[in-house]
Structures are given as structure tokens and as C-alpha cells.
Design a protein around this ligand. Sequence first.
Ligand SMILES: C[S@@+](CC[C@H](N)C(=O)[O-])C[C@H]1O[C@@H](n2cnc3c(N)ncnc32)[C@H](O)[C@@H]1O
Length: 244
Amino acid sequence: MSDIYEDPGVLAEYLLFHYGTAEEILPPDVAWPEGMTEALDFAVRTTLHFSKHNVGRGLDLGCAVGRSTYEMSSSCSHVTGIDFSQAFIDAANALREGKAVGYVRRDEGHLATGLTAKLPEGIDPSKVSFLRGDAMALPIDIGAFDRVHAANLICRLTDPILLLDRFPELVNPGGELVLATPCTWLENFTAPKNWPPGDTLAWLQGHLGGAFELVKRADEPFLIRETARKFQWTRSMLTVWRRR
Ligand SMILES: C[S@@+](CC[C@H](N)C(=O)[O-])C[C@H]1O[C@@H](n2cnc3c(N)ncnc32)[C@H](O)[C@@H]1O
């Protein structure tokens, strides 16, 4: 498994991606293209695809530094965030404990800006817990959830079928699964023999269609700032599935 998500520079990029303000990511002295501003707040937007009513347990797989986990807690009685990166889980937990997490935003060369991530207003951290774990080998006794969220995770797994095959028992009947993937299948994360043989959506339907009804498909762009002049702009394919 790749350990890029333990790298302090990548941790800083994800703290900015999940908790940075619009002004911190796209300073207002530049006329940024509209597509870039529309791509802000991805970790919030993906969770808005769940139904609006309150439910019981939620699960956020590949939660990184935890923003979507916290957002899901506004309509779940408890949400568990799981990620393989200890550095990401430590940052998510520090925020849960009310700490301000300092990080460095790279600007260019030796230039950098110190920033601080904190929990957004209105979040009740007692409704959230974080665990380091492997989404392909979740604990047997983890139980079932009313909502499961996995954003930009499946194309980072060595063997994504192991997770797809586990979803039916992870989601309660009538519960919802939100999957987002940019379909960026890469050899350094996933051996080509484990990539979808063709279209990722058809592959998902083939694996999930028996236990789940596909209720929605949408595109959600996201923006990860690397430096003041270099960004990753990517369009994730989001699908919402209801457990039969
Ligand atoms: C591309 S990031 C997406 C993070 C977050 N969901 C988001 O949308 O910003 C992929 C995340 O999956 C995590 N990850 C990779 N392999 C994993 C595994 N086997 N189990 C759990 N998490 C994993 C990484 O540590 C990283 O946080």
C-alpha cells in the first residue's frame, strides 16, 4: 500500500483541502476561473447527497483528516471515520479534542504560509470517532450503518473488490451509500488486473446492482492546492446507492 498519505506535505495539502477557507485556497487578489471556485468544499458537498432526515450510525471510509465525517454527524447520531493513514487520523482526532492544528501552506520555493485548521462552527465532536483501519479488511464486528460514505477511495485501494463485496453487509436495508471516484486508476495504488475491465460505472453496477439500487449519479469537481500556482482540478463521479 502506498504511504504517500503519511507525508507531512500531503497532510498539509489535505488540511487545507478540507478545512481551508476560500481565501486561503484561492487568495482574492487573483481572478481565478469560476471552475476553480466551484470546486471548493468537496468534502462538504459529497455529504449533501445523502437524504436530509436524521439517522443512526454513519461510516466514512478513507476519511482522511475528517471533514466529511464531521459533516455527516449533523444528521447521524454517531459517525465513525476510518483511514489507513495514522498521520491523517491523528490530525482528525486532534481537531475532535478541540485543538487547533497548525500546518504549512506551500506558496513557492522557500515561501510558505503558516495556517491553522479548526473544527467548523456547529459541529458536535462527541458524535464522531476516528480509527486507523483498512477499508479492505474492516473489523468483522463493525456492524451495519444507515449511511456509508467513501469519497475518492476506491481507486486508491490495492483490491477494491474486497470493499465492494463488503458493502451489502455494511449498509442497513433502506440505508444509503455515497461513493465518489475520479476513476484515476494508477498502477502505484492498484495493479491493472484489479482495475475495472471497462467503464467504472458499469463495473460498480455489476458489483453493487444486486444488493443496491442506483438512485443518483452526479459529477463533483474538487480542487487540491499544491502551491500558489499549481492545483489539481479533478471531476469525481459520484453515485448514490440505496440498500434493497
Ligand atoms: C484521495 S484520498 C481521499 C480522502 C477523502 N475521502 C477526500 O475525499 O478528501 C484517499 C484516502 O484513502 C485513504 N486510504 C487509502 N487506502 C486505504 C485503505 N486501504 N483503507 C482506508 N483508507 C485508505 C488514504 O489514506 C486517503 O486518506
